[in-house]
Design a protein around this ligand. Structure first.
Ligand code: MRU
Length: 353
């Protein structure tokens, strides 16, 4: 099984390009995808070569540094270069609608660019400034994940078994993770934690990515079909459910990978705490509630095939929402870099939004 140092570089800037771990190839192959222009990066985001809310934000931030470099290399004049930057920002924003971290990072890069342009700097200095801002977004994400991991691990007793869904690990962030960050922090605190990882149909982020990350870090992990989660909860095998989030509305409703909501319902039914681990960049004070969150609908072929092989009769269609919304009343607490935030969320979330 391929492995990496930890925390690992999910996104990096090298040879004047954006380099990503190609997550579509894991766990079979650990390979990097080079994005030499913004359309290539947009494709990588759409195809989930880079995925997970914070990681998409970091990749897009580097994408705007790339945009500026290419426009300067083409010799576009100042005005045309700025227009290219704004066009590229719109293209990146159009890749995936649900994770707010993408829009948060693009907005932050846009503000940094306006500031750099306003200072009348030369191309190289603007380029350096944009790269520094993208690097800061990545470094801050790593620091937030470490901090929320430390806060969250306090919730777990030694020898706890945690059920998680999709991949909210290092691959989905800047290398450490949110839901998995809590597990890694518990391990660093000397605890033995076991993980049940939902396989996460249709694209198997739990089976392919979460299981790979945990196994490479020496954490005991067992993959189960989503349909088996209720049985594990009913049998008393799970001490806590921890997931990440793609966008958390002002009222605490949380969008995450499709299949998270039923997990929260089942956890509630069986009296198991359901925690959502997320950094500040995932909270969206401008979105009042879960019904206001746009849910990405992906290609039905992702459901109709498994590893390229048809699993549904040719004449039958499929519905493929990528995310669902867990209502705030099913969430025991948010695990954040500002600590554990419990209901009533209208009040407790004020430390973040
Ligand atoms: O479609 P994906 O793989 O990008 O979905 C990712 C998730 O749903 C994660 O749980 C979420 O982004 C949190 S990542 C820390």
């Amino acid at each position: 099984m391929p492995s990496l140092p930890f925390p690992f570089p999910v996104v990096r800037w090298e040879d004047e390009q954006v380099i990503l771990i190609d997550q579509t190839l894991l766990p079979e192959k650990l390979a990097w995808r080079r994005c030499g222009d913004v359309p290539a990066l947009c494709r990588a985001i759409r195809e989930l070569a880079v995925r997970g809310a914070p990681a998409i934000g970091v990749a897009a931030a580097y994408g705007l540094a790339l945009s500026w470099r290419l426009a300067a290399a083409e010799g576009l004049d100042g005005q045309a270069r700025r227009e290219r930057f704004r066009d590229d920002s719109r293209s990146l924003a159009a890749t995936r609608p649900t994770a707010v971290n993408l829009f948060w990072a693009l907005d932050r890069m846009g503000k940094a660019a306006e500031d750099l342009w306003g200072r009348g700097l030369d191309d190289a200095a603007v380029q350096a400034g944009l790269l520094a801002e993208a690097g800061a977004i990545m470094d801050e994400d790593l620091a937030m994940c470490r901090a929320l991991g430390r806060a969250g691990q306090e919730l777990l007793p030694d020898f706890a078994t945690v059920l998680t869904h999709c991949n909210a690990g290092g691959l989905a962030t800047s290398g450490y993770g949110t839901a998995l960050g809590v597990i890694f922090a518990a391990k660093e605190a000397g605890k033995t934690i076991r993980v049940f990882a939902d396989e996460t149909r249709p694209l198997l982020q739990g089976a392919r990515l979460t299981a790979w990350e945990l196994a490479t870090q020496g954490i005991e992990v067992t993959v189960l079909c989503e349909g088996a989660a209720a049985s594990a909860l009913r049998a008393g095998r799970i001490d806590a459910v921890i997931t990440g989030a793609d966008r958390i509305a002002a009222n605490g409703d949380a969008a995450n990978k499709i299949g998270t909501y039923p997990l929260a319902v089942m956890a509630d039914r069986h009296g198991v705490p359901f925690y959502v681990a997320a950094p500040a960049s995932t909270f969206d004070g401008a979105t009042p509630g879960g019904d206001d969150i746009e849910i990405e609908i992906r290609d039905p072929e992702e459901v109709r095939r498994l590893a390229g092989v048809p699993t549904v009769p040719e004449s039958v269609g499929a519905w493929n929402p990528a995310f669902d919304v867990t209502p705030n009343d099913l969430i025991t607490a948010f695990i954040t870099e500002k600590g554990i935030l419990r209901p009533p969320f209208q009040e407790s979330l004020r430390v973040i939004i």
